[in-house]
Write a protein that binds this ligand. Structure first.
Ligand code: FCB
Length: 413
């Protein structure tokens, strides 16, 4: 097989989220949860603390990303910094994010900006977060502010990151910020709040400038039935319906594009009628976190999404925990091979963002999960060390495709 080319003007980069890398996100609910519960029952394993100190070291981070030939970058703006108290805007933080965005722009990188990536201002947590009827309005107000003040530096707005995964992990699995009593009703309230939040945010941004591009990001698992029976197939469709199709049904008319985070292969058996973690595959080749590595899945999900929704797609996250960097190179090449296959068959995918630029704070897990193209040496002043796999990805970004030698090396012929 010869060189596999991606479309011209394809966006290549890595994705990050503010709370996971910036450090000292003191006005957020996540910070408060960590402060109260880290290391205890129902709490995260450790505190985020200074994280990667990217709040101060963003210039260094973006210079590295640029040196790795990324032409785009996905980051998030922290609502809790912009609005640390209800209705009070911190102008210094707006200026901070202006500098951050301008730094990317000055390097010729396109900007994909998430407005909400899991952490909320603490004052909202006290009001039940997304479960509060007014939260969508608060979120639209904040979205409008960002669009007005920073929109000129933002190429793509992402309203929400993985809303469905968030409400499930928080209110059903009870892994995230579960210290409040949480019930199925809270799950439903949060779910509806996030749908309304996305729609209100979309409208608010479009009111500022109708040409701004606004989309939403969901965690899409590759689901398949365990057995080829009618009941198994029905269960699989049912799970797709409750896990993302229903959410999309209420939000996609207000989305210019669809962001896909792909991590999981999920095999649905006859009894798996409700959202759970137990059907996620953990056999065969797995990451340090035990998640199965299943590159073909990316092909199937983008093909299916394209048929259903007819929206441009970006892969906004895809990656693995791999501290020794033994599997990342093959992971990247094989996922991109299958992505290119779907594109060559007519699926409209316009960009790929690896999760993540550098090792960071993983929500409930702390720092043990190493997802970075760049290692962060936590013993040594958070020194950034580029992992070997990052260079292979850099080459693919530069050449806008996968070289013949890489295809041979990973038996992709
Ligand atoms: C995704 C999240 C991201 C990171 C990865 C591992 O679900 O969006 O912040 O935690 O998982």
């Amino acid at each position: 097989m010869s060189f596999l080319k991606f479309p011209d003007n394809f966006y290549w980069g890595a994705a990050t989220a503010a709370h996971q890398i910036e450090g000292n996100n003191v006005h957020s609910d996540w910070w408060v949860w960590e402060t109260e519960f880290a290391g205890k029952d129902g709490g995260p394993k450790e505190r985020s603390g200074i994280a990667c100190d990217s709040y101060n070291r963003y210039e260094e981070d973006f210079t590295l990303a640029k040196s790795l030939n990324h032409n785009a970058h996905r980051m998030s703006i922290e609502w809790a910094r912009i609005e640390p108290q209800e209705g009070i805007i911190d102008e210094r933080e707006i200026e901070h994010y202006r500098k951050v965005l301008k730094s990317l722009k000055s390097k010729g990188m396109s900007t994909f900006v998430t407005l909400w990536h899991f952490s909320l201002p603490h004052w909202l947590r006290d009001k039940k977060g997304w479960g509060n009827l007014l939260t969508p309005m608060y979120f639209a107000r904040y979205s409008k502010l960002v669009a007005e003040r920073l929109g000129e530096h933002i190429d793509f707005f992402i309203t929400l990151n993985e809303p469905q995964a968030y409400v499930a992990l928080r209110h059903l699995v009870k892994l995230w910020i579960p210290s409040m009593k949480t019930t199925f009703l809270d799950f439903l309230d949060g779910w509806v709040g996030l749908i309304r939040g996305h729609n209100a945010s979309y409208k608010a941004i479009k009111e500022v400038n109708p040409s701004y591009q606004v989309g939403i990001v969901e965690n899409i698992m590759y689901m398949e039935p365990k057995r080829n029976t009618l009941w198994n197939k029905f269960m699989c469709d049912w799970r797709k319906f409750i896990q993302f199709r229903l959410f999309f049904a209420f939000t996609l008319k207000n989305s210019d594009f669809l962001g896909v985070n792909y991590y999981f292969h999920d095999v649905i058996g006859p009894g798996d009628y409700f959202i759970n973690m137990s059907s996620i595959e953990t056999t065969g080749e797995v990451s340090d976190w035990g998640w199965q590595i299943y590159p073909e899945g990316i092909y199937h999900i983008v093909k299916e999404l394209c048929c259903y929704y007819d929206k441009p797609i970006f892969i906004t996250e895809n990656g693995l925990a791999d501290a020794k960097d033994e599997k990342r190179e093959s992971f990247i090449v094989r996922h991109l091979y299958y992505l290119q296959k779907a594109i060559s068959e007519g699926v409209c995918v316009n960009g790929y963002f690896h999760w993540t630029l550098m090792d960071n704070f993983e929500w409930a897990e702390g720092y043990i999960r190493k997802f970075g193209l760049i290692e962060i040496d936590r013993e040594n002043n958070l020194e950034r060390k580029i992992r070997p796999s990052a260079y292979t990805y850099a080459r693919i970004c530069k050449e806008n495709g996968i070289g013949e030698d890489l295809l041979k090396e990973f038996n992709l012929e």
